[in-house]
Design a protein around this ligand. Structure first.
Ligand code: HEC
Length: 173
């Protein structure tokens, strides 16, 4: 009888731990707006690279992003605000549907995370300026949910000389 009880207790414990681990995992996988941003950012065709170059850049001194390397691309809507050198035009305001994806690399070959800015004024996750902020790991888990509306991003991206929040021009002139 005792042995049976012990077995039952062990099994119950196992079940609870597996269930807990699984539900944690589920929470982290991108859903809703985060999934939408992740899917849009994974697709690479039709984008234009900052300064027309897909080479990796060393992150700048001002970067709030932990990864060492980066490169930034603009979808065709956002690319209307790039000049012929692939830099953002002075005073630009990005139109609806603009998607800017910064690929963050842990090392020269491993893409670790996407930092995303998406102009969608009607979104429930948009901030006061109509931008949705995405921060999603390359494996599809969420680093910071868009539902937080960029709370940890906005003050740094509002610093002097930003252009509609963009900082690439300032740090990679
Ligand atoms: C402490 C400052 C700081 C914080 C906080 C920060 N960033 Fe950035 N971000 C930068 C800088 C500087 C760049 C320019 C490239 C670089 O050096 O990383 C940049 C670049 C970007 C870009 C490329 C577009 C551009 O020109 O700025 C995106 C997209 C972006 N960040 C998204 C985010 C998101 C999303 C968050 C919050 C989860 C965030 N950032 C938090 C400083 C910051």
């Amino acid at each position: 009888m005792r042995k049976k009880l012990k077995t039952f207790a062990v099994l119950t414990l196992c079940f609870i731990s597996i269930w807990t681990i699984n539900s944690c995992k589920k929470e982290q996988i991108a859903e809703g707006t985060d999934k939408e941003l992740y899917d849009m950012s994974k697709a690479t065709s039709g984008f234009v690279w900052y300064k027309n170059s897909s080479s990796l850049l060393n992150k700048s001194a001002g970067s709030g992003h932990p990864q060492s390397f980066l490169k930034t691309r603009y979808n065709s809507v956002a690319a209307t605000k790039l000049d012929s050198n692939g830099k953002i035009m002075a005073g630009a305001k990005f139109p609806e549907g603009s998607l800017i994806v910064k690929e963050l690399y842990d090392n020269s070959t491993t893409l670790g995370r996407y930092a995303i800015l998406y102009k969608k004024t009607g979104s429930a996750d948009a901030d006061a300026n109509g931008w949705v902020w995405g921060y999603i790991n390359s494996d599809g888990t969420v680093a910071e949910s868009a539902s937080k509306k960029g709370t940890s991003c906005i003050s740094c991206h509002s610093q002097a000389d930003n252009i509609d929040y963009m900082l690439m021009n300032k740090y990679f002139p």
